[in-house]
Ligand binder design. Sequence first.
Ligand code: AQP
Length: 332
Amino acid sequence: MEEKKVIFSGIQPTGTFTLGNYLGAVKNWGPLQEQYNCIYCVVDLHAITVRQDPAKLRQNTLNSYALLMACGIDVEKSVLFIQSHAPTHPMLSWVLSCCTQFGELSRMTQFKDKSQRHPDDVNAGLFTYPVLMAADILAYNADLVPVGIDQKQHLELARNIAQRFNQRYGDYFTVPDAYISEVGAKIMSLQEPTKKMSKSDENPNACILILDDKDTIIRKFKRAVTDSEAEVCCREGKDGINNLMTIYSIFTGRSFDEITSDFAGKGYGDFKLAVGEAVADGLEPVRTEFARLVQDKAYLKKCYTEGAEKALKISSRITSKVYHKVGFVDNR
Ligand code: AQP
């Protein structure tokens, strides 16, 4: 029988997830569990590349873990763990950083963006973050990495690093492919629809958080920036409406043509309200399940402890093999 392919992905524990994180990544992770060996983690090591309040980071990490479960990650089917519980990732990251060029890291657009946003803290971790991300993936020899389009450049780098290691030390790493969904791979800001929806946006109306309550979700959609026409259709230049149509289509299963005919002759107000309601209702089960799980601290602890054990079992084997290949003395 053909062995199942390995999927790896991670998400930062910066508060709750945005609708972009959800539609571009997390929502797709659950269904993949049936077909693949899935390994998912909350990437708290990545989070400290920007300054964090320690107590909040701890809380956000636990909340993110519970939220992933509420979004459909089943700990019986997938390995779900917290990144800092697997020291194999930074161990592997060091070796991989020696296979990465300074110039490559300098070209990463996220580094450029984030260093502009935090000019007082352009730390080395922010610069080398994509190497740690490569280690996250390669520590499991993952075949596929489900991410939004914004992570494509980092994934390309992970592929280059894997190939370089393989050339130097002999084929070992699987060169991972990005797994980018056809719709929802780039959800745009509700206030500036040419920019991606991002949780660090200063305007709270730009971004839907998946734990926002129904009224808040509807209010944010009502305030969404659109255009001066009144036709609900997908066309170049109608960035705001195109984005709302994408979101509505994912939540209702309606095609773009169906949406256009459903809203023919109606104004944007009706459409925005319908999008808000579809999203709020669609996210309701996630909110309810999250509220239940987050109370059960003992169960969560059991899940993330067991998740770390499973993750370490796989990644320790791969890291030991890598250490041997580069010429470190075995200690077993
Ligand atoms: N707007 C988006 N549309 C589609 N997918 C998105 N992702 C992020 N934003 C969108 C995907 O979500 C996954 C987890 O992302 P992350 O934890 O690495 O956070 P991020 O990419 O840094 O996203 P944020 O929310 O916008 O954070 P900040 O404000 O810190 O930049 C990834 O698969 C990502 O592609």
